[in-house]
Ligand binder design. Structure first.
Ligand code: NAX
Length: 324
């Protein structure tokens, strides 16, 4: 039998953790034939709640789940890990400045990056979900000099899936008809969901909707969907975020068609090297590759640049704070 793959989830007692862990244990993260070992990392105050979730995982008797550990020790949690889902983060609270938010998250993602560097398996793959996800991923990566930089990624797959769903609804087609969707830039309100390369029925999506809808409805609806969910549900997206994390890692390991992921830039499309920015990607042989050679029209250029500028500002801020 195959040796179990260790998957570490931080913020395991949170609401995304609760939606995520059962899907990992059931085989949806890595495949229906891959046994997994779960490590749940939490802050001390939440260890007991994570232990409760672990009890429920036990009670599912998942055939693929070979063991669960719950800890507040990052070195232990990442020891031998092949997949790390960094979900736990410090949320922005009322009156908090960006600098305070970055500082607080630097205090989480710096040490976790180091713990990954020192303890994880050679094939470690990291997905950062906790916000500000792109910059948290950059902080973690900068504390893990021995891990190939490309193994640190941030999640824009939820934005991608939201864009698929909004466009499919507008054109009244199944989501499976929508191809080549891209989210560019930061997982924030500046993100750019691109319909100039997306295709429906083999034709460019932007040509099948009016420009006003694309600019004034589609883009803001996708970018502000998180807030709309909070407004409706009284709590932030959890199951859909967990679903997107599953999609990201499954595709990364098993290969994919055109999708979106925030990965370290190699300078493609004018995105400064090293920034962890969302691109059109395909997963091949266990690696994300940026889809090359796309023509970028003036409108898209402006939107991509605005989101990338925000990422550059965040990078400059964490440098200034000495976090990287
Ligand atoms: P919750 O507040 O329900 O859970 C967060 C958990 O993280 C808590 O249990 C907390 O104790 C734990 N935690 C905090 N610091 C930790 C540390 N240093 N080590 C380990 N655990 C720690 O939040 P939840 O709704 O689960 O959301 C988690 C994160 O995902 C937030 O930062 C949120 O903003 C982010 N999101 C990112 C999305 C994306 O698309 N990239 C979408 C969904 C979500 O908003």
């Amino acid at each position: 039998a195959q040796t179990p793959v260790k998957v570490t989830v931080t913020g395991a007692a949170g609401q995304i953790g609760y939606a995520l862990l059962f899907r990992i244990a059931s085989g949806q993260l890595l495949g229906a034939d891959v046994p997994v070992k779960l490590s749940l990392l939490e802050i001390p105050q939440a260890v007991k709640a994570a232990e409760g979730t672990a009890m429920e995982l036990d009670d599912c008797a998942f055939p693929l789940l070979s063991g669960i550990e719950v800890t507040d020790d990052a070195n232990k949690a990442f020891d031998g890990a092949s997949v790390a889902l960094l979900v736990g983060a410090r949320p922005r609270t009322a009156g908090m400045e960006r600098g305070d938010l970055l500082q607080a998250n630097g205090g989480i993602f710096g040490p976790q990056g180091k713990a990954i560097n020192d303890n994880a398996a050679d094939d470690i793959r990291v997905l950062v979900v906790g916000n500000p996800a792109n910059t948290n991923a950059l902080i973690a990566q900068q504390h893990a000099p021995d891990v190939p930089a490309e193994r640190f990624t941030a999640m824009t797959r939820l934005d991608h899936n939201r864009a698929l769903s909004q466009l499919a609804a507008k054109l009244q087609v199944p989501v499976t008809e929508v191809k080549k969707m891209t989210i560019w830039g930061n997982h924030s309100a500046t993100q750019y969901p691109d319909l100039y390369h997306a295709e429906v029925g083999g034709k460019i999506a932007a040509e099948q909707v009016d420009e006003a809808w694309l600019r004034d409805t589609f883009i803001p609806t996708v970018a502000k969907r998180g807030a709309a969910i909070i407004e409706a549900r009284g709590a932030s997206s959890a199951a859909s975020a967990a679903n997107a994390a599953i999609d990201h890692v499954y595709d990364w390991v098993n290969g994919s068609e055109w999708t979106s992921a925030a990965i370290p830039s190699d300078g493609s499309y004018g995105v400064p090297e090293g920034l962890i920015s969302s691109f059109p990607v395909v997963s091949r042989d266990g690696r994300w590759e940026i889809i090359q050679g796309l023509e970028i029209d003036a409108f898209s250029r402006e939107r991509i640049d605005a989101s990338v500028r925000e990422l550059e500002e965040e990078r400059a801020a964490v440098r200034q704070l000495g976090l990287i």
